[in-house]
Design a protein around this ligand. Structure first.
Ligand code: PRP
Ligand code: URA
Length: 209
């Protein structure tokens, strides 16, 4: 069964509380999402393999660790996942970025795909799927299915806030995918919004409502 990591770092929790506040405006919301994503990636990549390389310091020659293994790909789910990209790229500047466009039908809550463009060599990469909100889990699970259909298998999912329902669904449908979240909230409401959550992440990020 996959791993679920919930971040309890005070800095992350503090920043997330400001994001949840309905009076926090677009600009601050965007900045905070980028900052939290950057803090999260540190733990998300903890198990990446390293290899010993020779380095000559001003003092002597030594062997020291550098990243080895598969290169990284990051895949934001449009739209709101875009808000997490820059924070991660700050730490992994060589990552390639793929995009999956999905929206959640407001009536059925089912995800509808409208765009998919992955790096050409995505199947040879360690992939990090990004979406601030994991509500029913329909969007994330569908995105991961699309990615797998294109031959990829090393996938981890990073969300800001998850509902138990979303975690359960992704774990049931993709037991090979580890999930990293800054907060695990209480439940979904009757409209499929996370409670207490932060409202509609895409709208708050881009100021569309
Ligand atoms: C939001 C969010 C997730 C999805 C989560 O996107 O960013 O992609 O809902 O809900 P689910 O877990 O129930 O599928 P939305 O569909 O509102 O699209 P947007 O990012 O374009 O606003
Ligand atoms: N999508 C959001 O943006 N927020 C939620 O609470 C649920 C789905």
């Amino acid at each position: 069964m996959s791993k679920v990591v919930v971040f309890d770092h005070p800095l992350i929790q503090h920043k997330l509380s400001i994001m949840r506040d309905k009076n926090t405006g677009c600009k601050e919301f965007r900045e905070l999402l980028e900052e939290i994503s950057m803090l999260m990636v540190y733990e998300v990549t903890r198990d990446l393999p390293v290899e010993k390389v020779d380095v000559e310091t001003p003092i002597c020659r030594t062997k020291t660790n550098m990243l080895a293994g598969k290169p990284i790909g990051i895949i934001p789910i449009l739209r709101a996942g875009l808000g997490m990209v820059d924070g991660i790229m700050n730490l992994i500047p060589n990552a390639k970025v793929g995009h999956i466009g999905l929206y959640r039908d407001p009536e059925t809550l089912n995800p509808v795909e409208y765009y998919c463009k992955l790096p050409e060599d995505a199947e040879h990469r360690e992939l990090i799927v990004l979406d601030p909100m994991l509500a029913t889990g329909g969007s994330a699970s569908a995105a991961i299915t699309f990615i797998k259909q294109r031959g990829c298998s090393n996938i981890r999912l990073v969300n800001l806030i998850a509902a138990p329902e979303g975690i359960e669904r992704v774990r049931a449908e993709h037991p090979d995918v580890d999930i990293y979240v800054a907060a695990l909230d209480e439940k979904l409401n009757e409209h499929g919004y996370i409670v207490p959550g932060l409202g509609d992440a895409g709208d708050r990020l881009f100021g569309t409502k």
